[in-house]
Design a protein around this ligand. Structure first.
Ligand SMILES: [Zn+2]
Length: 351
């Protein structure tokens, strides 16, 4: 029974939040000697008896306080009375105090963590949906998407992204059209609602499954991440890197500029994939510089020009230059460098 009983009007480090009322408890003990003698310690026996009675009265007031829903009894007052009658002396011990309610102890407020029903539900959903998503055949239902959005289940973003990559890049899939539609419709708005860093963590985790879908997600969610792109700078990734150049992020820092300069430098120094030769394009043409592109086409071009050969199968113009990039890609790089310079001007002005 954790009822505090004190003679003071307040309790150290606690606040009284309500007064319940005055409680009283009495006990009577019969004796043959005077109260004055007991207090003069002339009778240890009766003194002890009186102590017992006092303890019982205190215990009783604690029980009453507990029954009244109190946390403490303050302003405790004790009275001893002699009652005479029928040739006998009796003592009446009364304890009197005010039952009060207290705020929670400080240690409990700080130490005992409070878990809301929202937190509990959110974590139940994370565990449940996380388990379901580990099955590659499972796709979130419309109720699942309601939960994902309502409880902001951002921890599931990497798993949902892998699912999105698979469905967005497949032409004929095993997934039902309705499930696919749900995922395609819900995933991008979900990612857009997320914190930039958390969204980038999820998306840049897989750039290989479908570079096309990856670039599309980065663009539609403004997830341009110069540092993460700088980590991808390998000639094999050049088309992906270039495709990301016209994506953006909500704000830029001088730190971003460092990585953007590195990206521009990488693109300026791409290794040749084709070569130039001296020769004639056709029987009747003049001898000049010819580009042999990485696909093996030979075309007469200016230095830095793009292949005019036709791609086998598609019939499209090859368009690759000696570095293996198209005219559109060269234009995208120019535009990117321009963006870097504008940003540099803005950032330098800020400083
Ligand atoms: Zn070519």
């Amino acid at each position: 029974m954790n009822i505090i009983v004190t003679t003071t009007d307040h309790i150290e480090n606690r606040c009284i939040t309500g007064y319940i009322g005055i409680l009283r408890s009495s006990a009577v003990v019969g004796t043959e000697i005077a109260l004055a003698d007991i207090f003069a310690d002339s009778s240890r026996k009766y003194r002890r008896k009186l102590d017992d009675i006092y303890s019982k009265a205190l215990q009783d007031i604690r029980l009453k306080a507990l029954a009244a829903g109190a946390d403490a009894v303050v302003g405790l007052h004790t009275e001893f009375q002699e009652i005479f009658g029928k040739g006998k002396t009796r003592f009446l011990v009364s304890v009197l105090g005010t039952a009060v309610r207290l705020d929670r102890p400080k240690a409990e407020q700080d130490g005992c963590k409070n878990v809301t029903l929202y937190d509990l539900r959110r974590n139940q959903l994370l565990v449940g949906l996380g388990r379901k998503l580990s099955n590659p055949q499972f796709n979130p239902s419309s109720d699942d998407w309601d939960d994902i959005n309502r409880y902001a289940l951002v921890d599931l973003a990497p798993q949902l992204y892998r699912r999105y990559l698979k469905l967005a890049s497949e032409t004929i899939g095993s997934t039902s059209v309705a499930e696919k539609k749900l995922l395609l419709e819900n995933f991008i708005p979900f990612l857009q609602s997320m914190d930039y860093d958390a969204a980038c963590e999820a998306v840049y985790g897989d750039i290989e499954t479908s570079p096309y879908v990856f670039c599309d997600v980065v663009k539609s969610c403004d997830l341009f991440h110069p540092e993460k792109i700088a980590q991808m700078l390998h000639p094999e990734n050049k088309h992906t890197v270039i495709a990301l150049l016209d994506s953006d992020k909500a704000s830029y820092t001088s730190r971003d500029l460092v990585y953007m300069d590195a990206i521009a430098a990488f693109l300026d120094n791409l290794p040749d994939t084709g070569r130039y030769i001296e020769g004639r394009e056709g029987l009747f043409s003049k001898t000049g510089t010819l580009l042999v592109c990485e696909r093996g086409h030979t075309s007469a071009v200016e230095l830095g020009g793009h292949c005019t050969g036709l791609v086998e199968g598609s019939g499209a113009i090859c368009n690759l230059n000696v570095k293996g990039i198209t005219e559109q890609e060269v234009a995208a790089i120019c535009k990117f460098k321009e963006k870097v310079e504008i940003l540099r001007g803005l950032i330098d002005n800020e400083m």
